[in-house]
Design a binder for this molecule. Structure first.
Ligand SMILES: [Zn+2]
Ligand SMILES: [Zn+2]
Length: 157
C-alpha cells in the first residue's frame, strides 16, 4: 500500500481505468464494465468500489455507476503520470512500441517513486504527452532548471 495515499495497487488500477474511460473517453463506469475489463466477478468489483468510496476516492450510485471524486481524480492523475512517463522512457530509450511500453509500465508504475518519475520527466524535457498521445499530468515539484531559467512556468507541463 502507498504510504502517502493508502491506495493499494489494485485500487490504483481501478482509479486509472475510471479516469481513462470515464473522464478521458466520457463513458459511464458501471460494475459490469469494470467486471468485464478486469475479468473478475461483479461481487469483487462491488467490494473494491466500496473500499474506494470509504477512502473518498469515488462516489458510487447503485443504478448509475462510479464517478471519481476530486481526491480520486488527483490520485488517478498521479498514477497516470507515472504510467505515461514510464511509457516515454520505454519507447524513447528502449525502442519499445507503444503497446509493449504500456504493458510493461502497467507492471511497475505503482511502485515507482515520484522522485524517479520526475528524474525521467526531466531527462526527456518534461513531455506533455505519452507515446499514445494521452496527456501527461504535471507534478508541481518537477520543475526543470532549463524551464525555470526563462521564467515561463505557464507552459511547463
Ligand atoms: Zn499505457
Ligand atoms: Zn517535469
Amino acid at each position: 500500500m502507498d504510504v502517502e495515499t493508502g491506495v493499494t495497487r489494485r485500487e490504483g488500477r481501478y482509479l486509472m481505468f475510471m479516469y481513462r474511460r470515464g473522464i478521458e473517453e466520457g463513458r459511464r463506469i458501471t460494475t459490469t464494465l469494470l467486471a468485464r475489463s478486469f475479468q473478475v466477478n461483479p461481487a469483487t468489483v462491488t467490494g473494491i468500489l466500496r473500499r474506494l468510496a470509504e477512502k473518498e476516492l469515488i462516489e458510487y450510485t447503485r443504478y448509475y455507476g462510479a464517478e471519481l471524486t476530486e481526491k480520486g481524480v488527483a490520485e488517478a492523475r498521479r498514477l497516470l503520470r507515472k504510467h505515461r512517463i514510464l511509457e516515454v522512457l520505454f519507447v524513447n530509450f528502449l525502442g519499445y512500441d507503444a503497446e509493449r511500453a504500456c504493458e510493461e509500465a502497467s507492471k511497475i508504475d505503482y511502485y515507482c517513486s515520484m522522485d524517479l518519475i520526475n528524474s525521467i520527466c526531466r531527462a526527456y524535457g518534461h513531455p506533455r504527452t505519452c507515446p499514445c498521445n494521452k496527456e501527461i499530468f504535471r507534478d508541481p515539484t518537477c520543475i526543470g532548471g532549463e524551464d525555470g531559467a526563462n521564467g515561463d512556468f505557464s507552459d511547463h507541463l
